[in-house]
Design a protein around this ligand. Sequence first.
Ligand code: IMP
Length: 421
Amino acid sequence: MIVGCQWGDEGKGKIVDVLAEDADIVARYQGGANAGHTVHVGDEEFILHQIPSGVLHDGKRCLLGNGVVLDLLQFFEEFDALAERGIDLAARVGVSERAHLLMPYHRVLDKASERRASEKIGTTGRGIGPAYEDKAGRRGIRVADIRNPERFEQLVADGVERARAKLSAMGQEDDGTLDAAVTRTLELRDRLDVIATDPGWEIVHALDAGKSVLLEGAQGTALDLDHGTYPFVTSSNTTAAGAATGVGIGPTRITDVFGVVKAYTTRVGNGPLPTGFDEEMDERMRQLGGEFGATTGRPRRCGWFDAVLARFSARVNGLTGLAVTKLDVLDTLPEISIGLEYCTEDGGCTREFPADTFALARVEPNYETLPGWEEDTTGCRSLEDLPRNARAYLDRIQELTETPIRMVSVGTRRSQIIHVD
Ligand code: IMP
């Protein structure tokens, strides 16, 4: 399993793409079109929102689990765009019959409630919160419902009516987009029916047959609905345990959990970022790392590596290994810091990630500063190739997280990866 250990955008897409080579099935287990996984193959760049990153390898089965909220319009747009670029998914992709549909009205509601909120989450506007609300409220529409046209149409009509009422309660009117988009959703039913499946069944049978399965997480630990910086989180369980429920297998079937961390920290959307840079350094890192959202294009806030969060992620996810990405982005820095602990105004310091998000917003991290390496690492293919100070930096991350580093990424290409061990 691959799981994000910060606030998303750790570079999971690339790690999944590289590991997918040895997998028979790649499955996503939560989130929806809020994700934006950027993968480079040769000179081509692919940004995947809903389809698993493993799709860029021929012959791999790609599944979307029941934990995903499926935006049909966006999904088939992505599907067709990949087909145009020569990647035919028809026989390879499957969607859980138990997955909930993210309807066009969920997007409208997401944007409307963000506009009105006094405390804005800074969502991606993709309808994620409202779709999971309907799921938990037991009024959602599942993929399996398309098999009963009458019931499906009734559920959709009820959903539109509810959305209209909610909009009106928020002082906003539907400009007609609700009905238009619903018509399009209904048209896509037959295409969806063909790819509907039971990923849990497929995965367990594949494992029993000695095949290999990769579970692909979206977003990151600090955005987890239960363990993240609530309320500035997404509406799904991004952490490792979410994968078992999200595809429908028992946790005992999961043998390896790789946590992906960027060599520094970024965050997009609102909420605290304890190791955040000052304005000048923030801008510098954003340019060095190309830190703009893959889904929304929003600038990401940047900061030093936060060892408190990484240790928390290692614990909450039960990590068996770390994949450190974008190490090369630090190549030109003379000094590099790591946030070691969080200190409060009264002088108390802690190495535990606090539950109180508003207290987190007030902490001042204690840093340890290491010398940079000021050398190009993009050509390194083994730990021995790396400059001494870069190795020392990685050793320190490994020590602080008590997790072995298994992969290091030093560029966007598939080949720019160091496999440890
Ligand atoms: P939502 O998932 O669109 O509801 O957004 C909730 C929070 O999660 C916001 O801060 C978003 O910026 C953040 N978020 C959602 N998806 C991603 C992602 O794929 N990468 C980084 N941040 C994300």
